[in-house]
Every structure is written in structure tokens, then in C-alpha cells.
Design a protein around this ligand. Structure first.
Ligand code: NDP
Length: 324
């Protein structure tokens, strides 16, 4: 039988964790023939709640789940891990300055990056979900000098899936008709969902919608969907975030021709090298590759640049705070 793959989830007792763990254990993260071992990392106050979730995981009797460990120690949590889903983060509280938010998250993602560096398996792949996800991923990466830099990624797949769903509803087509969707930049309100390369039924999506809808409805709806869900549901999106995390890792491991993921820039499309920004990507042989050769018009350029500027400012801020 195949050796189980260790998957570490931080913030495991949170609401995204609750929507995520059962799907990992059922085989949806890596494939229906890959046994997994779950490691749940929590802060001490939340370990008991994580134990409760683990009891429920036991009660599912998942054939692929070979074991569960629960800990508040990152070194233990990441020991031998091949996949790390960094979900737990310090949320922005009312009145919190950006510097305070970055500092608090530096205190989480710096030590986790080091623990990954020192303990994880050689094939470790890291997806950061906890916000500010792109910059948290950069902090973790900078504390893991022995891990190849490209193994640290952040999630824009939920934004990507939201964009697919909004466009499909507008054009009244199934989501499967839409190809080559792209989210550029930061997982924040400045993100840029790009319809100039997306195709519907083989034709450019931007040519099938009017410009006012694209500019004034589509882009803000995708970018602000998280807030709309909080407004409607009374809690932030959790199942859809967990679903996107599953999609991201599944595609990274198993391959895809085109999706969106925030990965370290190699300088493509004028995005400064090293920052973790969302791009159109393919995955081959377990590695993300930025899709090259797309023409970027002025409309897109302006929006990509604005989101990338925000990312470089966040990077400069964490540098100034000595967090990287
Ligand atoms: P959630 O599980 O709802 O969210 C966790 C993180 O995911 C937040 O930072 C949230 O950012 C982020 N996120 C990213 N994308 C989305 C999205 N589309 N929708 C919603 N959230 C998104 O938070 P909970 O408070 O329920 O649980 C967090 C858990 O993490 C707690 O159990 C806490 O104890 C734990 N924690 C663990 C740490 C550790 O393991 N060392 C460190 C810190 C916390 P945003 O707030 O911006 O929406």
C-alpha cells in the first residue's frame, strides 16, 4: 500500500478548517487513491475544539485517512509534511492599523515558515489561505531558505471561481464553457479578474459583455464578494474558501492547463521578481508555470499595476518591520 501523505492544516478548528478537513480526508485534495495523514495545528486555546473535529473525522471512518495528530507546536505539526495549508491567521479587527496586522501575522507566519524549513518533507508544498495571504506567504517563504521558493503560494482560486460563476451567470452558459480565466495581483479588493484572455465558447469573454458591465459590475462584484457573503450569511465564506484550497492543491499536484494562483514572480508581466502575486498559471510535473506571451492592453495594465503596487507596499512594510 502507498505511504500516507502528511497534510498539515493550521487554524484547523476554525470555520474554513471545518469545511476543509473532511474533504481532505475523503481524498479530494490529492486524489481518490492517495492515503493521507492529517496534522492539525492550533493555538493552545483552540486545541480542544480541534480535538472535537478530529472525533468527527474518526466517525466518518474515511478509508483513506490513516491518522490524525493535533498539536500547538509548529515543529511537530510540520514534521514530515508534504502539504501545508496555512489557514489560521490574525484577522483584521476594527481600528487595527495595517502595520499592526502585518506584525501580528509576522509572529505567526515567520515561525511557521521556519518550522516548515526545519521539519517538512522535501516535497513540501505550501498554500497560504489566511489573510493577508500573499504577504503571509512571503513572510513564511523568507523564513524557509532551504525550501525552494516556488513551493510557497497563496490562494486566489476562490476569486477565480467567483469570476467563473459571475461570468457564467451573465452569459447564461455552464461554467465548463469558460476557459482561460485569470485573476492578477493581490487577494484583496485590488485584485484584477481579467476577461480579455478568458474565452467563452472559444471567443474572448470581454467581447461578449459590455464594457460598463465588465468595469462597473463584474470586477467589483468579484473583488467584493467576500463582504457580500458576510452581509448575507452573517459569517465569512468558509466552504467556498475550503473548496478553492482543494482546487489549488489538487491542480498543483495533478496538473492543469490554466488557472489562477499567487506564486513567486519571476519578473513576468512587469511584476517585480520575488513578490507572491496572482498570475495565469499552468501546472506541469507538479510545478506551477506562469503562462507567457499574453498581450496586456492599457485597461488591464493599469489594474494589474495597481494591485501589484499594493503587494510591493506590503512587502516593503514587512521589510521595514523586520519581519522578512
Ligand atoms: P476562518 O477559518 O473563517 O478563516 C481563516 C483565515 O482565512 C482568515 O485569516 C481569513 O481571512 C482567511 N480567508 C482567506 N480567504 C477567505 C475567504 N474567502 N473567506 C473567508 N476567509 C478567508 O477563521 P476562524 O476565525 O473561524 O478560524 C481561524 C482559526 O485559526 C481559529 O481556530 C484560530 O484559533 C486559528 N489560528 C491558528 C493559528 C495557528 O495555528 N498558529 C494562528 C492564528 C489563528 P479574513 O479574516 O481576512 O477573512
Amino acid at each position: 500500500a502507498q505511504t500516507p501523505v502528511k497534510v498539515t492544516v493550521t487554524g484547523a478548528a476554525g470555520q474554513i478548517g471545518y469545511a476543509l478537513l473532511f474533504r481532505i480526508a475523503s481524498g479530494q485534495l490529492l486524489g481518490a487513491d492517495v492515503p493521507v495523514k492529517l496534522s492539525l495545528l492550533e493555538i493552545p486555546q483552540a486545541v480542544k475544539a480541534a480535538e472535537g473535529t478530529a472525533m468527527e473525522l474518526d466517525d466518518c471512518a474515511f478509508p483513506l485517512l490513516s491518522g490524525i495528530e493535533i498539536t500547538d507546536d509548529p515543529n511537530t505539526a510540520f514534521d514530515g509534511a508534504s502539504v501545508a495549508l496555512l489557514v489560521g491567521a490574525m484577522p483584521r479587527k476594527a481600528g487595527m492599523e495595517r502595520g499592526d496586522l502585518l506584525e501580528a501575522n509576522g509572529g505567526i507566519f515567520g515561525p511557521q515558515g521556519k518550522a516548515i524549513n526545519d521539519n517538512a518533507a522535501d516535497d513540501i508544498r505550501v498554500l497560504v489561505v489566511g489573510n493577508p495571504a500573499n504577504t503571509n506567504a512571503l513572510i513564511a517563504q523568507q523564513h524557509a531558505p532551504d525550501v525552494p521558493a516556488e513551493r510557497f503560494t497563496a490562494m486566489t482560486r476562490l476569486d477565480h471561481n467567483r469570476a467563473l460563476s459571475q461570468l457564467a451567470a451573465k452569459l447564461q452558459v455552464p461554467v465548463t464553457e469558460i476557459k482561460k480565466m485569470t485573476i492578477w495581483g493581490n487577494h484583496s479588493a485590488t485584485q484584477y479578474p481579467d476577461l480579455f484572455h478568458a474565452e467563452v465558447g472559444g471567443k474572448i469573454a470581454a467581447e461578449q459583455v459590455d464594457e460598463a458591465w465588465l468595469r462597473d459590475t463584474f470586477i467589483p462584484t468579484v473583488a467584493k464578494r467576500g463582504a457580500a457573503i458576510i452581509e448575507a450569511r452573517g459569517a465569512s465564506s468558509a466552504a467556498s474558501a475550503a473548496n478553492a484550497a482543494i482546487d489549488h492543491v489538487y491542480d498543483w499536484v495533478n496538473g492543469t492547463e490554466w488557472t489562477s494562483a499567487a506564486i513567486p514572480s519571476d519578473g513576468s508581466y512587469g511584476v517585480p521578481e520575488g513578490i507572491i502575486s496572482s498570475f495565469p498559471v499552468a501546472s506541469r510535473d507538479g510545478k506551477w508555470e506562469i503562462i507567457q506571451g499574453l498581450e496586456i492592453d492599457a485597461f488591464s495594465r493599469e489594474r494589474i499595476d495597481a494591485s501589484v503596487r499594493e503587494l510591493t507596499e506590503e512587502r516593503d512594510a514587512v521589510r521595514q518591520l523586520g519581519l522578512i
